[in-house]
Design a protein around this ligand. Structure first.
Ligand SMILES: C[S@@+](CC[C@H](N)C(=O)[O-])C[C@H]1O[C@@H](n2cnc3c(N)ncnc32)[C@H](O)[C@@H]1O
Length: 246
């Protein structure tokens, strides 16, 4: 099995607000066979309700392929608990999931189990991200020792990711680094969004007072203003994209 145009069933596991599936449908939607099953699944019911709302919006906007998107609250570490049989999907994607789960090996084993023979798995991770470094620097400036948990070493290099996939039984494993950008036009909106929404940041700032959080935000805005006086700009990250076949 290869390109998504031949997919018979796609699972986006740890889908969040369906960034990966949404982009796949944007690229391959019209060429997908009409019987292709499309599933967006996440552990968080909140994320899934956002995907459900997006489906309604997409359908209203005439994007009828979204009629076929099924959503599910599933733990990627234990798809058996959700009753997902062996060899269910021809393609599975896991965007920015492996480095944040408690038992990543279980995610790989479950993914492998529910993939059809010859099925394709694609995942992404981060090696580094300038916006995370900036947040960490700001939190440290306000409260020394406020470090963000780093991406675990197992998921921060191509070599290590390849080893994890091979150990879980995947074949023809590939991994490459890709430069990515976090583009923004409103530094304040971006900064407030990041502080309010990035899970590791919320964890570390849980014992910050509102005043300390505001100081950290102002620290970041000053940093951004010095580098991007026009207000528009982009921060760099290094992502890793890996694939494997069952
Ligand atoms: C950083 S977001 C990535 C969202 C999207 N896949 C993307 O590439 O942008 C990670 C997602 O993984 C989900 N998640 C965390 N643990 C999970 C688990 N055990 N099973 C399924 N999803 C999980 C979170 O709820 C969150 O939506």
């Amino acid at each position: 099995m290869g390109p998504f145009a031949t997919a018979t069933s796609i699972l986006d596991t740890g889908c969040g607000v369906a960034q990966v599936l949404g982009s796949l449908l944007g690229t391959y939607g019209v060429t997908l066979p009409v019987e292709t099953r499309l599933v967006a699944a996440d552990l968080s019911p909140g994320m899934i309700s956002v995907v459900d709302a997006r489906r309604e919006d997409e359908i209203s906007a005439g994007n009828s392929i979204w009629n076929r998107v099924e959503t599910a609250v599933w733990d990627a570490q234990n798809l058996a608990a959700a009753g997902v049989p062996d060899k269910t999907f021809s393609h599975i994607t896991a965007g920015l999931v492996l480095f944040m789960v408690e038992r990543p090996r279980d995610v790989l084993l479950e993914t492998h189990r529910v993939l059809c023979d010859g099925g394709l798995f694609g995942m992404t991770s981060f090696r580094s991200a300038q916006w995370m470094d900036l947040i960490e620097e700001a939190l440290n400036a306000i409260k020394p020792g406020s470090n963000l948990p780093p991406v675990p070493a197992a998921w921060a290099s191509t070599e290590s990711i390849m080893r994890q996939l091979e150990d879980a039984g995947f074949q023809d494993v590939t991994a490459e680094q890709v430069k990515t950008y976090y583009e923004f036009e409103d530094p304040e909106a971006m900064t407030r969004f990041n502080v309010a929404n990035i899970p590791s940041v919320k964890m570390v700032t849980a014992d910050f007072s509102a005043d300390e959080i505001e100081k950290a935000i102002q620290w970041m805005l000053k940093w951004l203003d010095e580098r991007f006086p026009s207000g528009k700009g982009k921060l760099e990250g290094i992502a890793i994209i890996a694939t494997g076949r069952k």
